[in-house]
Design a protein around this ligand. Structure first.
Ligand code: TPP
Ligand code: SF4
Ligand code: MG
Length: 234
């Protein structure tokens, strides 16, 4: 059944956090967890969502959640999934929420490995197009021409001189079973693309968050399949 505002889970799993007003990333985390449910085990590397969600003693997750190393989101997801499986626990979802820097730059190696192993994990990258938590430095997903602290725009330099990495194509090139894009600007579409991650054939999502400014988010899942096929939704 399609997920709508009417049948969306009323429980909150990410609340009381310190995100900026109107933060698209927090909206993505909050609503993704509503779809994935209380048995989701969230992994968050360094970045805005961990910074705003883990403010001891105000931990803002109602489900299990843990901070990983900046580069190690996927590795930790792999370990969590393997650990649960070893203990015979199947009713859970290992889900990562990483930024664009944590995904397209520092976390890309671990991510590539997890996809290569076809691990049964969900990886969500919220792409706000820069290293925001440390003051807006350019990441591999910062768009061409964007002004950041490391790509200043002025008379001599016109902002970022490099194009945005095509993270979707990078993931799809792994022959991953499912890849898609979405945005919290179209919440029903977003919710249902998360819902599809519960279905084994669905594996990778990339989300665009369109708020006051363009924020992108990447989601991904890897899972062993009898038949592997690439089904891309953009
Ligand atoms: C190995 C390592 N290098 C640098 C940092 C500092 N650091 C913390 S958060 C962050 C920015 C993360 O950017 P992104 O992944 O895009 O997430 P966002 O902050 O935009 O949500 C950086 C550079 C760190 N924690 N660990
Ligand atoms: S800087 Fe951006 S991603 Fe970080 S909390 Fe604020 S709105 Fe959210
Ligand atoms: Mg970012």
């Amino acid at each position: 059944m399609a997920v709508t505002a009417k049948n969306l889970c009323k429980d909150e799993f990410f609340y009381g956090h310190k995100a900026c007003a109107g933060c698209g990333g927090s909206l993505a985390v909050r609503n993704a967890l509503k779809v994935l449910g209380k048995n989701a085990v969230a992994v968050l590397p360094a970045g805005c969502m961990s910074a705003v969600g883990f403010n001891f003693p105000q931990l803002c997750f109602a489900n299990n959640a843990i901070i990983s190393t900046f580069a190690g989101t996927s590795s930790m997801l792999t370990g969590i999934e393997a650990g649960f499986r070893r203990r015979g626990i199947t009713d859970f979802t290992a889900v990562g929420f990483a930024g664009d820097g944590g995904t397209a730059d520092i976390g890309i190696q671990a991510l590539s490995g997890a996809i290569d192993r076809n691990d049964n994990i969900i990886y969500i990258c919220y792409d706000n197009e820069a290293y925001m938590n440390t003051g807006i430095q350019k990441s591999g997903l910062t768009p061409f021409g964007a002004k950041t602290t490391t790509t200043p725009a002025g008379e001599n330099i016109r902002g970022n001189i490099r194009p945005k990495k095509n993270m979707f194509e990078i993931v799809a090139a792994h022959d991953i079973s499912y890849a898609a894009t979405a945005t919290v600007g179209y919440m029903t579409d977003f919710l249902n693309k998360i819902e599809m991650l519960h279905i084994p054939e669905k594996i990778f999502m990339r989300l665009h968050l369109l708020l006051l400014f363009l924020m992108m988010v990447l989601l991904m899942r890897t899972l062993s399949l009898k038949m592997r096929k690439t089904a891309s939704k953009r």
